[in-house]
Ligand binder design. Structure first.
Ligand SMILES: Nc1ncnc2c1ncn2[C@@H]1O[C@H](COP(=O)(O)OP(=O)(O)OP(=O)(O)O)[C@@H](O)[C@H]1O
Length: 490
């Protein structure tokens, strides 16, 4: 490049580059890596609309639940404390989307009427200990308080300037002299300096709680704390957080706190202290699964912005809705299916998405799920699954627990893993059954008692690939010959 352009003139260099690119395009027109992909008719208008991160503006078939929530939360706009709400429903039934929609509306209206009301959202799957929940809330309120102080100090400084010129400016205020205004400014500045953010670890929990308490009570407001996946918090760290939050109102002076808990697990309240249970469940709202017709409406609605006109053949939406309705009426699954079908059509450079793409998308999603479940199994469960897989691979049908256990023990020897008891292995097989990876049916053997007959319910090749990708299980390959030998000798 330096020889072609000895003067170092950038414009000349750029121009020669342009020429080279043009030459390449002219020669290979249509054959580039991306050309083929770009050449098909685009299927999507805006794919983002189908992603889980997108918040829809309208939520068909959730009016009743949304109105219920609004009727309870309107108390906050009257300066009263809204009842706590517990929202239940299976995954993908629109709990989070509806609760977030209502919160946004609540905050918008509170701004409109200048009533201090805020909603703080916490995902307890991520923020799963009392310390973290309280620290996150404390820091959020500290930020808001600092902003409040900044605005207040600005107002007071303006007032001070005006009062210095003309003391009448203090008429109709709480101050009778400029000195008092200055004291108020100093006081706010001191408050700001004292507000210390909570570090993400390291403090005793009661100190975090008291910082949070003071931060929330610093100004008059209603704070709605939305705890999504609340069952995860209780599972991981008990009900102390909920106990502390639910008894706060009796001690707060300026502010009020109300809780919205969201859960997939209908039974999690069984583990709560009865006081927490009754306080949290003051109002309960259930989100039932969607049926196929409702899913169809939801998909229809979204597809209008997500896809180009005429990009979907007529049977695509009904089929996606029917598949997702079989899976406990999960709107997330329905949307995933529609997006994946669109992506497969795009990859095929088809002009439209058809039924075949939906069926392939269903298989792909199911396989992705299996791969993910298998990949994240603990090593012992992987060994049990490996043993079942090897038996199937060697043509054994109606596998029983004893056979699995024998192979499992050898696999453990091979990789130096602890050997569990047969009883534990039987439990692990039941867990694999519940995850839908194997199928274990109990069959009666007459007077010989009962036994389990086990078979793999997932595609063997993909499962094997995932298991072998595990660094501990990767060496197992050379066990195959002795498995074979065992059957030959039987
Ligand atoms: N009535 C609806 N209209 C439009 N989209 C919906 C509706 N219900 C759910 N969705 C969409 O389905 C997806 C899942 O919804 P959401 O996250 O609210 O479910 P969830 O009940 O909170 O599930 P999880 O318990 O798994 O968190 C989101 O992308 C959401 O936008």
């Amino acid at each position: 490049m330096a020889d072609d352009n000895p003067t170092g003139d950038r414009r000349t260099a750029d121009r020669s580059f342009e020429v080279e690119i043009d030459d390449v395009l002219e020669e290979d027109e249509g054959d580039g890596l991306f050309d083929d992909l770009l050449s098909g008719e685009p299927i999507f208008e805006n794919k983002e609309v189908l992603r889980p991160s997108y918040t829809p503006h309208e939520l068909p078939h959730r009016n009743e639940q949304i109105n219920n929530m609004a009727t309870i939360l309107v108390a906050a706009l009257r300066g009263e404390t809204p009842s706590n709400i517990l929202i239940y429903g299976k995954t993908g039934t629109g709990k989070t989307a509806s609760a977030k929609y209502v919160s946004q509306e609540l905050e918008n209206t509170s701004r409109k009427y200048d009533v201090p009301c805020e909603v703080e959202y916490i995902n307890c799957e991520v923020t799963d200990t009392q310390y973290r929940v309280l620290a996150q809330l404390a820091n959020t309120f500290i930020d808001q308080n600092r902003e409040f102080i900044r605005e207040r100090v600005e107002e007071l400084e303006g007032l001070r300037e005006r009062a210095l010129d003309d003391t009448d400016a203090l008429d109709d205020t709480d101050f009778s002299s400029v000195r008092e205004v200055e004291n108020a400014i100093e006081q706010r500045e001191e408050d700001r300096a004292e507000m210390e953010e909570v570090p993400m670890t390291g403090w005793p929990t009661d100190r975090v709680y008291s910082v949070f308490f003071e931060a929330v009570d610093y100004v008059e407001r209603v704070a709605v704390i939305m705890l999504d996946e609340i069952d995860k918090l209780v599972e991981k760290s008990g009900d102390d957080t909920l106990y502390n939050l639910s008894r706060m109102n009796s001690e707060l002076t300026n502010s009020r706190v109300s809780i919205i808990g969201i859960s997939n697990d209908l039974k999690f309240t069984d583990f709560l202290d009865p006081r927490v249970k009754s306080s949290l469940g003051e109002e309960e709202i259930v989100f039932p699964p969607y049926d196929a017709n409702q899913l169809r409406d939801i998909l229809q609605h979204r597809s209008e912005t997500a896809f180009k006109a005429d990009a979907l053949s007529d049977d695509v939406i009904p089929l996606c809705a029917a598949f997702a309705a079989q899976e406990h009426g999960d709107a997330r699954r329905a949307l995933d299916l529609l997006r994946t079908a669109g992506e497969l059509a795009e990859r095929d450079q088809a002009d439209e998405v058809n039924e075949e793409h939906v069926r392939r998308a269903q298989d792909k999603i199911e396989l992705d799920r299996v791969v993910e479940v298998v990949r994240t199994l603990p090593t012992q469960s992987k060994l049990v699954l490996y043993a079942i897989m090897m038996l199937e691979d060697n043509g054994v049908h109606n596998i029983n627990t004893g056979e699995v256990y024998n192979i499992y023990k050898r696999l453990c020897d091979e990789i130096d893993a602890d050997v569990l008891t047969q009883r534990r292995v039987t439990d692990l097989i039941s867990e694999l059954d519940m995850l839908g990876i194997v199928n274990a049916v109990v069959v009666s053997k007459g007077r010989y008692g009962r036994t389990k007959e086990i078979s793999l319910s997932v595609p063997i090749d993909e499962t094997e690939a995932v298991l072998q990708a595990d660094s501990r299980l990767g060496d197992i390959e050379n066990v195959a010959p002795f498995v074979q030998a065992r059957f030959d000798s039987e």
